[in-house]
Write a protein that binds this ligand. Structure first.
Ligand SMILES: *Cc1c(COP(=O)(O)O)cnc(C)c1O
Length: 381
């Protein structure tokens, strides 16, 4: 299907092609100097002390849990209004994800009150997700974590380039995880990045990324090492030089892309306020600078969302839903939470009427008007 206005679009040009070609021509394809540069660039961009590139954000979340010694018997508080990878990472480690509710229809992120209500003696960490690039209430989440001796992990998949109080989202907690999947604000195809300010955690994450080995093929190639030891159970969660080269270029383009997303978001907001006031547009009150990864709107209660999406599709406008809540998936209901059903009234209300509209840097102002007018016409019947 070719959409008149797709949900998302790549911001790729000849620079990415050139960067990838250069790696191919260099004949060194696996993690090495280009990845080191990508990590250094990313650390500088976020202000983190360490950046560790990985093959995707999902494995990054898994590594974050492992590095914080989260395992069987532990509980991790997570949102349900997120991508399933957030809570799956907790399950990979044999720990129990405990779902907390969101703040409400204006703030679709983890509620500090709900987090506190779900704390037990087994709680080991809180995993937040900055929905659409909009900041969770990090000062309050960190205060709760500190009071109870918990680690905070940030699923920052949506928030490359977001900040709160001048500090990048992803560097507030112990470990932050970013995604470079192809529909995110910057992409390497598949790809991800971990950030931390903690030297010991960074060292542990590097081991976990590569089989728990004390030296890399790259070190041995440079003559820095000729053998290695294996000091823990690690994985192959490495990125490669082709994707790192693309990532370096994408990171340079990100600020302009995010600025375009912010302007388009402001335009959507103004037009909806004037033309379709029955819609709720979340994150009106959210402090900080958002990467504006998504353009979510909440339909009036009772609206037949599938019919709205189908009608928009007839106009060539692609939409999506963020997210079907994790606690309602079969696997989670039947296996993960079988003994005690999870009820999250605010998450369930928002998830039932959320609609995600097209947003990407090359989207034109006229196309925003096309989307707004199409939605107005459909809702007014
Ligand atoms: C995309 C996404 C992920 C997973 O990222 P991958 O790089 O595809 O593994 C995790 N969490 C959230 C919130 C996401 O949107």
């Amino acid at each position: 299907m070719s959409w008149r206005i797709p949900l998302a679009d790549l911001d790729f040009g000849p620079e990415e092609t050139q960067a990838a070609l250069q790696v191919l021509e260099s004949r060194w394809l696996t993690m090495g100097a280009v990845t080191e540069q990508f990590e250094a660039d990313f650390a500088r961009f976020t202000g983190a002390k360490h950046a560790i590139a990985v093959t995707n954000c999902t494995v990054g979340l898994h590594m974050a849990c492992l590095a914080l010694d989260i395992g069987p018997g532990d509980e991790v508080i997570v949102p349900s209004l997120t991508f399933v990878a957030t809570s799956n990472a907790v399950l990979y480690c044999g720990a129990q994800p405990v779902f907390a509710d969101i703040c409400g229809p204006d703030q679709l992120t983890l509620s500090p009150e709900s987090v506190e209500q779900h704390l037990t003696s087994r709680t080991k960490a809180i995993m937040v997700m900055h929905y659409g690039g909009y900041a969770c209430d990090m000062p309050r989440i960190l205060e709760i974590a500190e009071r109870h001796g918990l680690a905070v992990i940030e699923d920052a998949a949506h928030s490359v380039g977001s900040s709160l109080g001048g500090r990048a989202l992803g560097v507030w907690g112990k470990i932050g995880c970013y995604s470079f999947f192809s529909n995110k604000n910057m992409t390497t195809g598949e790809g991800g990045m971990l950030v931390t300010d903690d030297d010991a955690l960074a060292a542990r994450l590097r081991l976990l990324r590569s089989h728990g080995m004390t030296s890399l093929t790259w070190d041995r190639h440079r003559g820095h090492a000729w053998s290695y030891d294996v000091v823990e159970l690690g994985y192959n969660y490495r990125i490669d030089e082709i994707r790192s080269a693309i990532g370096i270029v994408q990171l340079q383009k990100l600020p302009a892309g995010n600025a375009a997303r912010r302007e388009l978001t402001t335009l959507y907001r103004a037009q909806f306020a004037a033309e379709v006031p029955e819609l709720t547009i979340p994150f009106r009150q959210t402090p900080g600078i958002s990467a504006c990864h998504l353009m979510p709107v909440l339909l009036p209660p009772g609206t037949a969302r599938v019919a709205v999406m189908d009608a928009l599709k007839q106009e060539g406008i692609q939409t999506s839903i963020h997210y079907p809540p994790i606690h309602l998936f079969s696997y989670y209901r039947q296996r993960v939470n079988a003994s005690s059903p999870v009820v999250l009234p605010l998450t369930e209300d928002v998830a039932a009427r959320e609609l995600t509209l097209p947003l990407y840097p090359a989207l034109q102002a006229e196309q925003v008007s096309v989307v707004v007018q199409a939605l107005r016409k459909i809702l007014r019947g």
